[in-house]
Design a protein around this ligand. Sequence first.
Ligand code: F6P
Length: 463
Amino acid sequence: MSRVVLVSNRVLDLSKSARAGGVAVVLANIVRRRKALWFGWNGEVKPTGEVDLIRGKGRTATAALSDIEYAGYYLGYANSVLWPVFHNRLDLAKFEAGFFQQFVDVNRRLAGLLKPMLSPDDVVWVHDYDLIPFAAELRRHGVANPIGFFLHIPFPPWQTFMAVPEHKELAQALCAYDLIGLQTKADVANLLNYMSNGVHGRIVPDGRIRVFDRLVSIASFPVGIDMTDFVKAKRGSPLVQSRSSVSRIVGVDRLDYTKGLPQKFKAFGRLLDKYPQYQRQVVLTQIAPPTRETVEGFSDIRHELETLAGSINGRLGELDWVPIHYIYRSTPRRTLGDIYRSSRICMVTPLRDGMNLIAKEYVAAQDAADPGVLILSKFAGAAEEMTEALIVNPYSIEETSEAIRAALEMTLEERRERHGALLAGVRKHDAAAWSQSFLDYLKRVRSTDSQLTESIRPPLEQS
Ligand code: F6P
């Protein structure tokens, strides 16, 4: 088996137990299970751009970012341009001069650090929007290995992507990969539309797209979770004690404007106003760890939520009942399972989301004999697969509040039926199946690719 070299913006310390979820946890599981090296940023910001390569028992290699790199690459281009645009929030994008150059420069520096660690038979797998130019930079160093890319966030409609001043450079950089993986079929359609309408790509009979004189494979690989993280979940964790007659609704989302948190609070408030019989009977527990706090859109959301929760709690709360509990801290993953299992409902209601693994984790942690109900936004990637959830439009406060009511009143039989179908999907399409199918596809693409010699040239130099 060849070694897989995973590259992602954030690399976890494998000796510590995880608090975060998402991409980093999925990649940590791959590294623990197979011959692999995981390369990327260690989360440290140093005053100067010193090279700081640490090797965690041969399984990880990480570098720090300088202050300038952190500002321009991470807070700047990745999270003030690509993040809002890819989540359909052009209004929040800050197209500042200099961000893009920093973005390319950091990708170039990191690629240069990885290059000497690569062996000819390694397969390189790059993750997420922060590292789009990474393969082009490796190719520049003459790296001919198979290189795949997986985008964990959504790909936007093609005209939205065209608004990025550097859309063409990004598209050319994407073409340095042998395979581009996306979360959903809808994302694949968006990228193919962009490649055909935005940069005159042409779909060839075998399904690949010819663009910038290269043949590129684009396919969907919905990411899954590792079930074993949740099988030991138990009901009644001391963290979630409340009167047993009170039903808990749980939400776990980073404090991010894409997550639809104000809409969720409003829908819950609407339920309590419209159906007062639920007052004192139900609570909403929202775990919302802060993220990227110095970026404007992310800091505004905290203020908005505090105001909303304060007004709902002040207006409806009683001495022994606070309707909304919100916690601005991350929770260790080992206790998350217990919280999921102790919650009658989980609301995963983002306005836009690549996949959202919380939806899958909640299903995995349930007691199959008496499971809870998942309320899921139609704009989360997970909705393409998890059709047995209660699917809602999070922009409609009315529709979402009615879904909460339906979930509270759902019979045991219906809960079991929906949960059984959801669990079968989560189990079948787990993290191991996801990584295996991507890596198999990458191998197939490379072994049949007659364009191999062409593909090792940096695409930015081809035009
Ligand atoms: O793909 C988006 C994502 O990587 C999530 O998986 C993850 O939870 C989050 O962004 C982490 O962001 P950051 O590394 O910027 O804290």
